[in-house]
Ligand binder design. Structure first.
Ligand SMILES: CC(C)(COP(=O)(O)OP(=O)(O)OC[C@H]1O[C@@H](n2cnc3c(N)ncnc32)[C@H](O)[C@@H]1OP(=O)(O)O)[C@@H](O)C(=O)NCCC(=O)NCCS
Length: 183
């Protein structure tokens, strides 16, 4: 029997989504397209997600990611989230759950990126914990997270969300640290 903690999912919250103390975490709705452009066009985000020699984010590339995030939910019953602050309704970032391949094997990854102006307030951690609870609710047996070795903020979020380091892998053509949590 798997552990089931509080899911952050009220009876009104669809399976695969979450509401936390400060965030509404849902499939990106059409109005979030602008938030994605705002987020991924920021150099502070691109430097970690698309460092050289990877191609930097482009407007059409961000649009493709946005559409793929919406489709992911339809195909798999869960997916990446657009994060909105509960108080203001403002777009704050992207997190959630996403299938990825790590050295050829399929794994469910926890992605996170927070608008630079809203970083440092615990939003990534809050969303990561909600994603872990959602993964449990979905009966997944493990989640992973991948990061460039120098990304100390992301590594700290992994620690705070309960993931532990399990190895070093090549990912997107670059060496990454692999963290995981068995559920
Ligand atoms: C990683 C990221 C999502 C964190 O978002 P956030 O909302 O600021 O994260 P949180 O506030 O929940 O926690 C960040 C933690 O990292 C710490 N931190 C931030 N910058 C740091 C640094 N340079 N060195 C060490 N720790 C750092 C913070 O102090 C905090 O830890 P604390 O609560 O113990 O003080 C955000 O920095 C981001 O969007 N980065 C660019 C995209 C990215 O790197 N995504 C992950 C790819 S693997």
């Amino acid at each position: 029997m798997k552990h089931r903690g509080p899911t952050g999912r009220s009876p009104l919250t669809p399976r695969g989504e979450a509401i936390t103390d400060r965030l509404v975490c849902t499939r990106p709705e059409p109005a979030a397209a602008g938030g994605y452009q705002q987020l991924f066009s920021r150099p502070e985000i691109g430097e970690w997600l698309r460092p050289p020699p990877l191609e930097p984010f482009t407007r059409p590339g961000i649009e493709t990611m946005f559409r793929a995030d919406r489709t992911h939910r339809e195909s798999h019953g869960f997916g990446p989230w657009a994060l909105r602050e509960r108080d203001s309704g403002d777009f704050a970032g992207r997190a959630g759950l996403a299938w990825t391949r790590v050295e050829g094997g399929p794994m469910v990854e926890l992605p996170w990126a927070i608008l630079p102006g809203r970083q440092g307030s615990g939003f990534a951690t809050e969303a990561a914990l909600a994603a872990v609870e959602t993964a449990r609710d979905l009966d997944l047996d493990r989640v992973v997270s991948l990061t460039l070795p120098g990304n100390r903020a992301s590594i700290r979020v992994m620690d705070k969300a309960g993931l532990t380091r399990s190895g070093e892998v090549g990912h997107a053509g670059l060496p990454h640290l692999l963290y995981e949590l068995r559920l």
